[in-house]
Design a binder for this molecule. Structure first.
Ligand code: HEC
Length: 168
């Protein structure tokens, strides 16, 4: 009798596992295998025009976002930099892998804390292969950074501080 009950339980458990598995894979497929689908949608709508799909960048216009955001995100100063960049924009020459960029990144301060946290998480966790155990951004973290209002040139200057703190 005990055996019957436990094998029934086992069967139920197996069925619920299958259902969960199917739901998970359906979800992943509709999100095109990204962890942060809302962040990807936001990026595709508002950022890809300059940074291109998947953040691969565009020579002479906008830098690639496929390496540094993941490294920034594992470091306090780097996280501040990512938040300040989307909240205030950035202006001034930067160089990444022997290429330089000197166009104006606009401010996205009008967007919600949640949208900005999502788009940063998409960059860090879906676009960057390396993120050294970084924690996901929360809306509260973005909200706290709003208090620091800078112009684009100040964000550019702060970028040097952030790069130094990640050893670059
Ligand atoms: C109008 C074009 C444009 C749009 C739209 C744009 N960016 Fe940028 N972004 C730039 C440029 C140009 C830079 C480099 C600025 C500089 O040279 O000072 C930059 C820099 C950055 C950086 C800093 C990279 C680094 O190495 O420090 C991040 C992060 C970033 N953008 C994320 C975003 C996100 C997220 C969005 C959408 C919410 C976005 N950008 C939308 C043009 C753009």
């Amino acid at each position: 009798m005990t055996t019957t009950i436990s094998s029934r339980r086992l069967a139920k458990w197996a069925v619920s596992l299958c259902v969960t598995g199917a739901a998970l894979s359906a979800g992943a497929a509709s999100a095109q295998n990204v962890q942060y689908a809302p962040g990807k949608a936001f990026f595709d709508a508002k950022c890809a025009v300059c940074h291109q799909a998947g953040g691969k960048g565009q020579d002479g216009l906008a830098p690639p976002l496929t390496d540094l955001p993941g490294r920034y995100a594992a470091n306090a100063e780097g996280r501040t930099q990512l938040g300040l960049t989307v909240l205030n924009g950035m202006f001034g020459t930067i160089a990444i892998k022997d290429k330089s960029y000197n166009f104006k990144m606009p401010s996205f301060r009008v967007e919600s804390d949640e949208d900005l946290a999502n788009v940063l998480n998409y960059l860090v966790f879906d676009v960057n292969a390396k993120h050294a155990g970084a924690k996901p951004f929360t809306a509260a973290e973005v909200k706290a950074l709003r208090a620091t209002q800078m112009d684009g040139a100040q964000v550019r200057a702060h970028r040097d501080v952030a790069l130094k703190s990640i050893g670059l």
